[in-house]
Design a protein around this ligand. Structure first.
Ligand code: NAD
Ligand code: LMR
Length: 716
């Protein structure tokens, strides 16, 4: 896995000291993610920083690829994927955080400029140094080539404090608490809000039933916790702040089912605008965050939210001198949409770029830097469009306790049902057609009786097609007679479809979560998604060899029935060695990997490039069909050479010792390379429709059900 670069300012300070070892040990970006640390300190801070760097070296962290210390901002932020801006003066007893404004805010103007010039595209910045929210505003406003979404102000410590207090009050583990929200400023005006919180899936208000505590003691304790720590410790919180910073970045990067409060650009939701960095609840699906919008706000909450907003407005106004003159704090989003439309209509403005997503939109004035969590980059005449990877999070009506996360269970059900349905329909739709074709082909005599009336010929065909069931008057009996020797085929087909069509989305999700950033930076954002789909397909294809015994028995029952005659499945399994049933596993894996890569990759590519779908799940039935045709044709063609070898291997008697290598050599020597494509046309004509049909059914059913589960969990 390529390393990610993390820059930390104030690295020799208290928080820095508590932070660095944990980043180095993989607690922030994942236990298998190599990291490079770039530590930034003031000139005076360089001496203690040297000691910290020695300790990092002595820690011998396997994930730590390199450590650099510098007081040069551009060098420190160079190519950083994550920047933690900690370096600033901490408050002393008796001070409010806003008292630090004049001392600290200027630091962040310089850092914003340096980040904009040097950090990696799409990097994430977390501002910890106080007053964190307004420092974030200053940094973002001074970073012309970055998007506001890249800057986060840390209120996670307040959230953790609130969760701890709530868990203690309810006598539960802190892990059972979620949806605690911190609104507004990381200051004594912040509003820790429990009106949406859940304890063990129940509404916190129903568990605590102590209104006075909920809106009184609890709120003021969270607001003043920082001061309480300073009074007790003689210094501001450090280890817990470092922990909160780790939690914040980890949840955004690796994803979390819980909401996380983050200070982000106020976008007008909840009536808060004005270009403030205001803390709101965010959903963290992995690699990015989205604001949770539409929560109902009661009168008390509205008052609390306005108070903290007013403080942020005052802070913003006091740092106006640090904001570039072009900074327009209150630009409504609509205005930016209009700009985009104007440019879309004007081809000559090709060099201008505009970005928007369904949820957020921002024109950066110079060039658009795409955060790596965004994808679906498409170039239309005169406009570069980027689209968010996921839709905005569900809006809760808050009238009842929000349901426990049902996303995973819903997805599992959707995938299991959709893929089994595909297998079953494929089996019951295509197997009889196969049987009819075989029976007609095997019939030696003439079926149609020349000169006889139509009814006689129909009767003759029926005799050939339905054999013994011909005499039956029941259509069902006739239909079931078309399923001879079904057991292997049925078991294999359904298991295979569930495994493949149901399993691939799971693997895609896992790969996306882990590697999307890295893949995107190598192949570009727009190619990353289809590539991840294709890679997940390849992995699933290789794993499919688990089902090989069923496949072998199916093929033998079709091509070499003598090898199986008179033997039940149990007796075959008992008598044949496992090796016999796994013969050709390597070749099957070698065939499946490119085949399955192409199936899912081509389908994803069509959805991405041809239909321009942001979310593949939004494809219509027709689009799924076209994508499946592309996938099916690509897959059968690419897999053809190895399929020939695999089929020849599996058709041999169990006793045959011919290896795949020998078969391959003989084939090239005696039949020439074109033999690799023997049977390709009939395969495309026979296997193609089946594959396309079941892939379409699976994709469409899974997507429809996933959307349905999503919608029903939103409205629950
Ligand atoms: P500290 O004094 O121990 O360390 C600060 C470090 O920053 C020092 O080593 C100093 O040399 C360095 N520094 C100062 N200016 C710098 C600059 N321009 N560039 C690079 N380095 C610089 O302080 P700390 O306890 O680590 O706290 C750091 C900041 O974090 C404070 O502002 C504090 O109030 C804030 N904080 C925020 C939260 C939060 O929840 N958001 C929580 C705790 C502390
Ligand atoms: C905290 O909340 O502990 C920090 O912001 C430090 C402070 O000044 O309160």
């Amino acid at each position: 896995m390529p390393p990610l670069t993390v820059a930390v300012t104030g690295a020799a300070g208290q928080i820095g000291y508590a932070l660095l070892m944990r980043i180095a040990s993989g607690e922030m970006l994942g236990k298998d993610q190599p990291v490079r640390l770039q530590l930034i300190e003031t000139k005076q801070g360089m001496a203690p920083l040297k000691g910290v760097m020695m300790e990092l070296e002595d820690g011998a962290f396997p994930l730590l690829e390199s450590v650099k210390g510098t007081s040069d901002l551009e060098e420190g932020f160079g190519d950083a994927n994550f920047s933690l801006l900690v370096g600033a003066m901490p408050r002393k007893q008796g001070m409010e955080r806003s008292d630090l404004l004049s001392a600290n805010a200027a630091i962040f103007a310089d850092q914003g400029k340096a980040l904009s010039a040097a950090a990696a595209p799409g990097s994430r910045v977390l501002i910890v140094g106080n007053p964190a929210n307004t420092n974030a505003l200053v940094a973002a406003a001074n970073a012309p080539d970055m998007l506001p979404e890249q800057f986060m102000a840390m209120t996670r410590l307040d959230q953790s404090r609130a969760e701890g207090m709530l868990a203690e009050k309810a006598g539960v583990d802190v892990k059972d608490v979620d949806r605690v929200i911190i609104w507004g400023n990381h200051s004594a005006t912040q509003y820790p809000d429990l009106s949406h919180a859940r304890i063990g899936g129940k509404w916190a208000k129903d568990v605590i039933k102590d209104e006075k505590w909920l809106t009184g003691d609890f709120v003021s304790r969270v607001q003043k916790r920082g001061a309480e720590v300073i009074a007790a410790r003689g210094a501001s919180s450090a280890a817990s702040a470092a922990s909160a910073a780790i939690d914040n970045i980890r949840d955004v990067h690796l994803g979390s089912e819980k909401w996380q409060s983050i200070g982000v650009l106020s976008d007008g939701s909840y009536g808060i605008g004005g270009g403030l960095w205001y803390s709101v609840p965010c959903a963290c699906p992995g690699l990015h965050y989205t604001r949770v919008k539409g929560l109902p706000i009661d009168e008390y909450s509205a008052k609390m939210m306005n108070t903290t907003e007013a403080e942020l407005v005052a802070e913003r106004d006091s740092v106006r001198h640090l904001l570039p003159s072009s900074y327009d704090a209150g630009v409504p989003l609509q205005k930016l949409v209009d700009l985009k439309d104007a440019w879309t209509a004007n081809d000559s403005a090709r060099s201008r770029t505009v970005g928007y997503s369904t949820a957020e939109l921002r024109y950066t004035g110079r060039k658009l830097i795409l955060p790596f969590h965004h994808q679906g980059v498409r170039l239309f005449p005169g406009v570069l469009v980027y689209t968010a990877m996921s839709p905005p999070p569900p809006e809760s009506d808050g009238a009842s306790p929000p349901p426990p996360p049902s996303g995973k269970a819903g997805k599992r059900t959707a995938r299991l049902f959709g893929s089994s349905l595909a297998g079953v329909i494929e089996l019951f739709g295509f197997h009889p057609v196969d049987t009819v074709a075989k029976r007609l082909m095997n019939e030696p005599g003439q079926i149609r009786v020349p000169g006889a009336p139509m009814s006689v010929s129909v009767d003759a065909y029926s005799r050939v097609i339905f054999r013994d069931a011909h005499a039956s008057s029941s259509a069902l009996v006739k239909y079931t007679s078309l399923f001879p020797g079904l057991s292997f085929a049925a078991g294999y087909k359904i298991a295979q479809r569930v495994y493949k069509f149901g399993g691939q989305p799971v693997v895609t999700e896992a790969l996306t979560r882990r590697y999307q950033g890295a893949v995107g930076s190598v192949v570009g954002e727009s190619r990353a998604k289809p590539l991840l789909h294709a890679s997940a397909g390849a992995l699933i294809g290789v794993g499919e060899i688990v089902l090989l015994p069923l496949d072998v028995l199916k093929i033998k029952s079709q091509n070499n029935p003598e090898a199986l005659r008179g033997r039940g499945l149990v007796s075959i399994l008992r008598q044949e060695s496992l090796c016999g049933l796994y013969r050709g596993a390597g070749w099957t894996a070698a065939r499946n990997a490119p085949g399955s890569f192409s199936l899912f990759g081509a389908s994803a590519l069509v959805k991405e490039r041809v239909f321009g779908l942001e979310r593949y799940n939004d494809a219509t039935f027709g689009q799924n069909f076209v994508a499946s045709v592309a996938g099916g044709v690509a897959s059968i063609t690419v897999a053809s050479p190895l399929d020939v070898i695999k089929t020849r291997l599996q058709t041999r008697d169990f006793s045959s010792t011919v290896t795949g290598g020998q078969l391959l050599r003989d084939l090239v020597r005696h039949e020439g390379p074109s033999a690799f494509f023997k049977g390709l046309v009939p395969k495309l004509l026979v296997v193609g429709p089946k594959l396309v049909f079941s892939f379409t059914i699976a994709q469409h059913t899974i997507a429809t059900l996933e959307r349905w589960f999503e919608a029903s969990s939103d409205s629950a």
